[in-house]
Design a protein. Structure first.
Length: 45
């Protein structure tokens, strides 16, 4: 399986809660990915 080079995250209802905040768990997960060199791409429509 290839190494993960990037992740794409949707904002509303996925990364962010209904009050537009990010949960501590999501924050830590995204930060851990970023710190390990994975590119974070935000996609929204």
């Amino acid at each position: 399986m290839p190494d993960i080079q990037a992740i794409v995250l949707d904002l509303d209802g996925t990364l962010l809660s209904s009050d537009k905040s990010i949960s501590p768990r999501n924050y830590q997960t995204v930060k851990r990915c970023y710190d390990s060199g994975i590119h974070i791409i935000v996609a929204t429509a």
